[in-house]
Design a binder for this molecule. Structure first.
Ligand code: GLA
Length: 380
């Protein structure tokens, strides 16, 4: 995995396809969520960090909209009036529409995208793209937009325009992350705190791909809404699932049938785990953090049912081999397992885990590690 942001690739692609140098270059990172899964659209906390891999968006003035990427080098003419769901340019059109409504869009632009963030791996390549595009296009139109605003534009582009009923975690961390820190984002209040994260985190790609706009996340979100409705019928006063006290979960789950009861239990216990994990990070207690990761994975597996056998295999294997903790990160149903490994044996455990996976599934997983990198920034 390359670590330097692919600025040169974006610049030369732009030059090659559009015949001039780009005016503005912006990059944003992929994200790794340490803990707090499916809490962000339920009013709860999340604890992600920015990975070192980034997406670079190079833009220049034009009278129409056209885009290329290193993965799709043929020029795509964009019509922001028409969102082509399932196509990567939908994210660009979404951003253009949201910026346009806010008076922040240029009249047209050429865009070239290069990325080292793996797509479809639960590492939020889409937020890296929308956040970087939001700032790049606003800058091209002469507006300086702060990270908070870039995150908000990107969120509305994905949620309202592309139609993924996501929360705000991915765009917030892509825009506002700090190097060597994880970000505790309380989605209920909007509060953001940065906690030191010096350790390397290992990533194991299950190779199982999901398509978010395809619906599993939207379905879970709807189940969470039903679960909240059922809890309220039972006299619960919480405004959001994450606001339900942990002590009430046992009674509620006895009265609320599956799948809604277990969905509720996941969100409430995950909320508590995430705050404990943030406290563990603040006191540099990686043992507790690791244990919370494993508990979080169990909850995803059994209560939220968003894991997959390949991820369960990797988490169990990591723990057996001596990891401090491991779990599936991101929306789920495939994607990437993260692991905290003891530094003195990390290479050895990572290699061994890869081999075990190969023995079970007939292919070596993509394995790499990352530290916490910076959020959105302008490039030269
Ligand atoms: C996706 C969404 C996020 C969040 C996670 C699950 O990544 O984009 O907002 O809901 O799933 O934690």
């Amino acid at each position: 995995m390359t670590i330097a942001p692919p600025v040169r690739q974006a610049t030369s692609l732009f030059l090659e396809r559009f015949g001039s140098r780009p005016t503005v270059l912006v990059s944003a990172p992929g994200r790794v969520n340490l803990l707090g899964e499916h809490t962000d659209y339920n009013g709860g906390p999340v604890l992600p960090f920015a990975m070192e891999q980034r997406t670079v968006v190079a833009v220049g003035p034009a009278s129409t909209w056209r885009a290329v990427s290193t993965l799709d080098p043929d020029i795509q003419d964009l019509n922001p009036e028409l969102i082509e769901r399932g196509h990567w340019t939908a994210y660009l059109s979404g951003v253009i529409r949201v910026l346009g409504r806010r008076g922040l869009a240029p009249r047209g632009a050429s865009l070239a995208v290069a990325s080292s963030v793996p797509a479809g791996s639960g590492l939020s390549s889409s937020a890296a793209l929308t956040v970087a595009t939001a700032r790049a296009l606003a800058n091209l139109a002469g507006h300086r937009i702060p990270p908070e605003l870039a995150a908000d534009v990107a969120f509305h582009a994905e949620h309202d325009e592309v139609g993924v009923r996501c929360g705000r975690m991915d765009q917030t961390v892509a825009a506002r992350a700090r190097a060597d820190h994880a970000l505790l984002f309380e989605t209920g209040t909007g509060e953001v705190l940065h906690h030191p994260l010096a350790s390397r985190v290992w990533l194991f790609d299950t190779g199982v791909r999901h398509r978010l706009s395809g619906g599993a996340l939207n379905q879970r979100r709807q189940e969470c809404e039903v679960a909240l409705g059922l809890a309220r019928e039972l006299g619960c006063r919480a405004e959001a699932l994450a606001a339900i006290p942990e002590a009430d979960v046992g009674d509620l789950v006895r009265s609320i049938p599956a799948p809604w009861g277990p969905r509720l239990r996941h969100v409430v216990t995950e909320t508590a785990r995430t705050r404990r994990a943030a406290a563990a990070l603040a006191s540099r207690d990686l043992t507790t953090l690791g244990r919370l990761l494993v508990e979080g994975h169990e909850s995803l597996r059994h209560d939220f049912q968003s894991s997959c056998p390949e991820a369960d295999h990797l988490v169990e294997g990591a723990v057996e081999l001596g990891a401090l903790g491991a779990r599936l990160t991101g929306a789920g149903w495939g994607g990437t397992v993260i692991a905290l490994l003891p530094p003195e044996r990390e290479e050895q455990i990572a290699a061994e885990l890869g081999l075990r996976f190969q023995a079970a599934y007939g292919r070596l997983p993509q394995v790499w590690s990352t530290r916490a990198g910076p959020g959105l920034r302008s490039e030269k």
